[in-house]
Design a protein around this ligand. Structure first.
Ligand SMILES: *Cc1c(COP(=O)(O)O)cnc(C)c1O
Length: 392
């Protein structure tokens, strides 16, 4: 027998999706218009402009690709790489591994520079590797959602430039959470997702390409092996003077993205970043005051929007996460790969990044952990968080 959907109302504090802003959900429910309707072309232009703002770029080719963040990764790889090209990929977590995998599948000979999970990539190691060969591109993850590391980009951007390589960055968890500054940093191509700090539902992959990257794409010797992600064709729909049909744009998702970017625009980017920084610090101080250890040792390399904390000795990962979900309707994430069972990943992304949620998750964690026999000073976590929250 058919039953209508009635999903539970959750507080999404994992590594994504985050809580969708109500305005994005409303925008998704607007009536459809055609993907070639002049009114839709207007929406596309506005979305591209708003995306330029969050990416920190003037790049003409800035658009949301159809598909989740991973489709953005594949878009960059399949369009920028031709078989036999050499790619240098920085790997300091799961998403770096995926980028290396994707570059290889696109036909690149891949060289990897690594850092232990929980640390940032050392630019000196990138420079050393880059000097050994002629790389077409250097790829890196800005916000490693598997580890909570915020990767400084400036030095590596410069290394890429000095070596004549394109600098390609995964900004899925940084967009709308921390500054990206595509133009200032010298990023040649970047991709992102909608369901992390943009607070829209998953389904689109914002991407941006500067002129150097566009040159590479438009002057390929071989066809892009993916028909669906081929920017030579898609650019004509998103940017051309004559819009040419390629595939039907996911209209409702683009409406939602428009609303999501509007919410950020109205709050003001600087305010959005300040909110993430302040609340992330409050959560991190709170967890430490509860006697827990953050995975990322260097405070400068901690993401404010995704906190990774070690699970205390003797505490069962799933027992805690199940109770958070069942008793408080809070979702947090577990660890990936070698960190499975060892860390929790707590997101404060976009619309989920609210004072209410900081207090809620710290209070809930203290309650559950003390029930499980974990010893910590009562109320210490909340007190430490409130100290930061008081500092507006
Ligand atoms: C979530 C995430 C992705 C993948 O995005 P999907 O929307 O799940 O395809 C890629 N990179 C990073 C850093 C992410 O956090």
């Amino acid at each position: 027998m058919y039953k209508e959907l009635n999903p539970p109302v959750r507080i999404l504090m994992g590594p994504g999706p985050s809580d969708a802003h109500p305005k994005t959900l409303q925008a998704q429910a607007l009536p459809l218009i055609g993907h070639m309707d002049p009114a839709f072309v207007q929406v596309m232009n506005e979305v591209a402009d708003l995306l330029r703002e969050v990416f920190g770029t003037k790049n003409k080719l800035t658009l949301p690709m159809s598909g989740t963040g991973s489709a953005g990764m594949e878009t960059l790889m399949v369009n920028l790489i031709e078989p036999g090209d050499k790619a240098l990929i920085c790997v300091h977590g799961l998403f770096g591994q995926r980028m290396a995998d994707s570059a290889g599948r696109s036909g690149a000979e891949v060289t990897v520079v690594e850092a232990p999970w929980g640390e940032a990539i050392d630019p000196a190691k990138v420079a050393e590797a880059a000097a050994k060969d002629k790389f077409k591109l250097i790829g890196i993850v800005h916000a490693e959602t598997s580890t909570g590391v915020k990767q400084p980009l400036e030095e590596i951007a410069k290394i890429a430039k000095d070596n004549g390589a394109l600098f390609v960055v995964d900004c899925v968890t940084s967009i709308g959470g921390i500054p990206i500054e595509v133009d200032k940093v010298g990023i040649d191509a970047a991709f992102a997702g909608t369901q992390k700090c943009l607070s829209a539902p998953p389904g689109l992959a914002p991407a941006t390409f500067n002129e150097r990257a566009v040159d590479v794409i438009m002057n390929r010797k071989t066809k892009v092996q993916s028909w669906y992600l081929d920017l030579q064709m898609i650019a004509k729909y998103w940017g051309g003077t004559k819009r040419a049909y390629h595939h039907t744009a996911p209209i409702s998702s683009i409406f939602a993205l428009h609303a999501a970017l509007g919410v950020i625009h109205q709050e003001g980017l600087e305010n959005v970043f300040a909110r993430h920084a302040r609340l992330g610090k409050a959560l991190q101080d709170g967890l430490e005051a509860m006697g827990m250890e953050l995975l990322v040792k260097n405070p400068d390399h901690r993401l404010p929007d995704l906190t990774t904390v070690r699970i205390p000795e003797g505490i069962d990962d799933l027992a805690v996460r199940s109770r958070l979900l069942e008793d408080y309707s809070i979702e947090i994430g577990g660890g990936l790969g070698d960190l499975a069972g060892k860390i929790w990943r707590i997101g404060l992304m976009g619309h989920s990044c609210r004072e209410r949620n900081v207090i809620l998750v710290l209070g809930a964690l203290e309650t559950i952990l003390s029930d499980l026999g974990y010893q910590c000073e009562k109320g210490a976590g909340l007190a430490a968080a409130r100290k930061v929250l008081a500092n507006k």
